[in-house]
Each structure stands twice: as structure tokens, then as C-alpha cells.
Design a protein around this ligand. Sequence first.
Ligand SMILES: [Ca+2]
Ligand SMILES: [Ca+2]
Length: 102
Amino acid sequence: MTELEKSMESMITVFHHYAKEGGNKNTLNKKELKKLIESELPNFLTTQKTPDTLDRIMKDLDQNKDDELDFEEFVAFVAGLSVACEKHFSLLPEKKAHTGKK
Ligand SMILES: [Ca+2]
Ligand SMILES: [Ca+2]
């Protein structure tokens, strides 16, 4: 498998690993989402740690308002995070290059 195929597979695996724990086996409830973020996105959580973060994330992502995240809603979350990370990532070498010139 290619790197991208592996990434897609791990996204699916991670989602189902947490989604199957309780309630609807194909969706994440708030408790399952919390566990997923704490275990799989510890760096994300430390930068955004406020008491209502989880509620906000859940509200933002839950497009059909059923208090559960299906895979489509979860993918939107990961995609959004990836975009944020990529911006951060692409800023770093540019900054370095600029300071190098001076
Ligand atoms: Ca579930
Ligand atoms: Ca939903």
C-alpha cells in the first residue's frame, strides 16, 4: 500500500475502533469522541484545552444534529485539522528561508 492508502486505512480503523465501543456501533458519541481525541490527537488537545472545547467540536462537526459523529462528519474534522497542520507546516520552512537570506 502507498502512504496515502495507509493514511486512509488508519483513519477508517481509528474511527471504527472508537465508534464501536458503545451505543451506535457506526457513529461516535461525545464520550467516544473525547476518548479518540485524548488518545489519538494528544497534541491537538493540549493546545485547545478549555472545558467546553469538546462541546464546541461536537456541535461544529455534527451536521445532521443527531449528537453522534458518523464517518463523513469525522472525515471533515480530520480534513480540517490537516489543513490547519499543513498551513503551520508550510510556514516553517518559509520562515527559515527568510531568516537565512538576512
Ligand atoms: Ca458508538
Ligand atoms: Ca451526526
